[in-house]
Ligand binder design. Structure first.
Ligand SMILES: C[S@@+](CC[C@H](N)C(=O)[O-])C[C@H]1O[C@@H](n2cnc3c(N)ncnc32)[C@H](O)[C@@H]1O
Length: 194
């Protein structure tokens, strides 16, 4: 395969766009690391035309701020249950601020099961909510029928410490129409063929 000068220009443009997006996202408290954010951003830029992004698990909005810079419409859901999230009130304020700041972002303080997708198909589903099995699997199954052909699902925390995430991916990988696009840096990215 030949690499053209257009490919080089495009990859420099993507890298520059990422650096700007990351400079904003890294100011938001969270555990999303730069190298993970880079992959997430890269895939957010290549979702099928006219589709949107759905995120399960917003916390304070670090990954949400990053995704917002892709300019795609985004919906993020998180119930911020104070029994599970110590700083739920601060997190809610942060997410309210982000949804006011970015016109393409909507945040709903609900668990994934309360959110029924309306409007455009999903081009990227970011799963970073409850990591205990069966939650990551249920997050995927809840939105699956609304996903566009050749859309992406990104699982955060695909590692030894989160066996629930690993189990969900192991089960999904048995499907012919679930194609692995990337795994590394505690991320797994699959493509949904329809
Ligand atoms: C690891 S944090 C998300 C981090 C975030 N993506 C970031 O970039 O900082 C996990 C979040 O999932 C949320 N959560 C737990 N159960 C959920 C559910 N059923 N639906 C949506 N969010 C959920 C928690 O409230 C918590 O804020």
């Amino acid at each position: 395969m030949f690499i053209t000068s257009m490919d080089v220009i495009e990859s420099v443009q993507i890298q520059n766009a990422f650096l700007i997006a990351w400079s904003k996202a890294q100011k938001v408290p969270g555990r999303y690391l730069e190298r993970q954010a880079q992959k997430l951003f890269e895939f957010a830029l290549k979702i099928p035309k006219g589709t949107s992004i759905v995120e399960v698990g917003s916390y304070r909005g670090r990954s949400l701020t990053l995704l917002a810079q892709s300019k795609n419409p985004i919906i993020s859901v998180d119930p911020l249950n104070p029994k599970q999230v110590k700083d739920a009130a601060n997190a809610a304020r942060s997410l309210e601020r982000i949804s006011k700041q970015y016109k393409n972002v909507e945040w709903f303080r609900v668990p994934r099961v309360k959110y029924l997708h309306k409007g455009s198909l999903i081009g990227l589903l970011h799963i970073d909510g409850d990591h205990r099995y069966p939650s990551p699997m249920d997050d995927f199954l809840h939105f699956e029928e609304h996903m566009a052909p050749n859309s992406f699902v990104v699982f955060h925390d695909f590692n030894e410490r989160h066996q629930g995430v690993r189990r969900a991916i192991k089960e999904l990988s048995r499907r012919k129409k679930f194609i692995k696009e990337y795994s590394g840096n505690s991320l797994f990215i699959g493509r949904i063929v329809k």
